[in-house]
Design a binder for this molecule. Structure first.
Ligand code: PMV
Length: 325
């Protein structure tokens, strides 16, 4: 019982930071993201009676510890649904470097969910796949959806999942990921979600997000890049304000992160369509439009502190790759 699936990571315009239930990954707020084409995870899951325990091979190297435990716990959810008790070997590879500021957990748990469901012969709806992926890693529920996705916060396990706002071909927004540091993050996002509500600014952020969600939806549907960019920057700064004011505080930025924010603002003054967003790390995602990609990428590559630029665009929903393909 074996299947392979591929899934894109995603970059959130309105971000998930803070959870109502950490065990179920129920978020404090809804979020909206773009699933990415060039930043993908491809995963093969093979269930067989010969395996005595689950095994995980990441980019060609067998790994154990927390990573294997999370994968195993996720496979348990799918095994329970299928009524199967076989162990599995999971082989997974990313098209982007680890620690590049691209969420491997989002594409990773989306690909794992789709591959394991296919291997077990489970016929699940998109909603069910999204709900399951969420249990693996919150933001993975949005990677089940192609293009622009909204995670409906919901109230419980059943109604917290992502839906499509617009398909990938609706709007070709580009995300140039500027890698400043490839170090793995010191504090995992789970710890950040746990302490977000300790920030005195958290209630204000939730009110801001309530207003931002319909505005971002509208900006996407109307292909209003200026509106989208302003909202993306405001949300990223708001999330990092929560991090800075949590107890204990979290500071993911490096001096080069701040320098790049200033550069993006300067380039915009000069007429380039570009806006930034930043996840739980120091790297900067620069959102731009196709006609400006070459210019923006050139400027990014000219900065001494930018180690790598990874160009991405809107990506499709995960798909199962036929064996032998
Ligand atoms: O899915 P998690 O628990 O890794 O959290 C994702 C957190 C951010 O990437 C910072 C924001 C988001 O919504 O993707």
């Amino acid at each position: 019982m074996r299947a392979t699936a591929t899934a894109g990571s995603n970059i959130a315009i309105v971000k998930y930071w803070g959870a109502r239930d950490l065990a179920l990954n129920l978020p404090a707020n809804g979020s909206i993201s773009l699933t990415l084409d060039a930043a993908r995870t491809t995963t093969t899951v093979d269930f067989a009676p010969a395996y005595e325990a689950d095994a995980l091979v990441l980019n060609g190297r067998e790994v154990g510890g927390t990573a294997l435990a999370r994968v195993s716990a996720h496979l348990d959810r799918l095994r329970a649904l299928a009524g199967v008790n076989l162990r599995a070997r999971v082989e997974t590879a990313n098209t982007f470097p680890e620690g590049s500021g691209i969420a491997s957990s989002a594409s990773g748990f989306a690909a794992l969910t789709v591959a394991a469901a296919a291997a077990l012969g489970l016929r699940l709806s998109e909603r069910e796949l999204s709900r399951l992926a969420r249990l693996g890693s919150g933001s993975a529920c949005r990677s089940i959806i192609g293009g622009w996705a909204e995670w409906l916060a919901g109230t419980c396990d059943e109604d917290s999942y992502a839906v499509q706002v617009a398909p990938p071909e609706h709007w070709n927004v580009r995300d140039l990921v500027a890698v400043i540091s490839a170090e793995p993050k010191a504090v995992p996002s789970a710890k950040g979600h746990e302490r977000a509500a300790s920030s005195p600014l958290f209630e204000a952020r939730l009110r801001q997000v309530e207003e931002a969600l319909p505005a971002v939806r509208r900006a996407i549907l109307e292909r209003d890049f200026h509106a989208l960019g302003v909202l993306a920057e405001a949300d990223a700064l708001s999330m990092h304000a929560i991090m800075l004011t949590s107890a204990p505080p979290l500071l993911y930025w490096l001096p080069a992160t701040v320098e790049l924010i200033r550069q993006v603002w300067q380039w915009r003054l000069e007429g380039l369509p570009c806006y930034f967003t930043i996840d739980a790390g120091p790297n900067v995602h620069v959102l731009t439009l196709p006609q400006a990609v070459a210019h923006v990428a050139e400027r990014l590559r000219a900065l001494p502190f930018v180690r790598q630029v990874i160009p991405c665009g809107p990506g499709p929903a995960p798909r199962v790759i036929p064996s032998g393909a």
